[in-house]
Design a protein around this ligand. Sequence first.
Ligand code: BJW
Length: 270
Amino acid sequence: MSETLDDAATIARVAARLAAAERIAVITGAGISAESGLRTFRGATSAELPPDMQSLWKEFDPATLATPAAFARDPAMVSKWYDCRRLGCLAATPNPGHLALAALQRLMEAKGAGLTLLTQNVDRLHQRAGSRDVVELHGTIMDWRCTQTGQHLTPSDSAFEAYPPKSPFSTEGLLRPDVVWFGEMLPEAAVELAREAAASCDVFMSVGTSAVVYPAAGFLFEAKGNGAYTVEVNLEATPASTAVDASLRGSSSVLLPAILRAAFGEGALR
Ligand code: BJW
């Protein structure tokens, strides 16, 4: 991806805001993990990605899979799809976009400031990159829970032996991924932390999300309403693009390290 003069000027403006910020909030979506080899749900993928990395839901309609009704209708198919994705997440590694956000959090903490990382992703790549206290708005595919008792477990690194997996916690129960499906409530504590971050941050960044799924997409607008400087990093335009103060079009794995270097110098990523 080539960087235009416009990009360079916008990167410099965003970098100056980050360097001066006391509190930063970042929300990420599937796009930040695209260059770790995980497919997005909708929208563009980078031209450099393998051809099979098309939008997940060109193959599988989200309305038919990421809902409680789909699981009730065909638990074997839905749990197998999620287990394949779980194994894909385990095999993936964080990319420079994840690493840049972890470095930004460390830099903020080193100067007595703070960064809250909100993610819609279920892949745990932020944590593996070193980010701390990540707020998982849509849960995680790495943990599964009993449909009867709600008890959790972390499956082994291999596939389940059969689908749907039976729960070890009850005789009738199945295991389902501990993610948030359409029509389900987000974890209350996560929403509370997101609202606090949106209310108190100087800079709010939206990275690699199509900004169409609520309530997650609304936090940027809350932050803007509270006076935060808002930034979007995305390969393509989204419903948030015209609302933000700075819109950077490109890959998060390129742009986030570039912003960090501009804000904190060449050593920022070490
Ligand atoms: C790159 C890149 C690169 C690529 N660099 N960029 C208000 C208005 C309208 C509807 C609602 C509303 N409030 C609630 C709703 C209903 C619903 C909703 O939002 N529907 C809309 C779709 C219309 N929301 C809910 O149901 C939520 N629950 C809720 O609100 O509870 C209260 C309630 C209950 C009952 C009734 C009413 C209210 C729950 C939402 C749960 C979302 N769950 C999923 C699945 C998780 C499990 C799984 O992983 O399978 O979460 S759906 C899916 O979308 C997943 C994602 O986290 C989420 C967002 O997607 P994301 O991350 O933005 O990915 P993409 O693919 O959409 O975009 C990728 C972007 O990256 C693109 O823009 C690319 O360009 C970009 N990109 N490569 C930078 N290298």
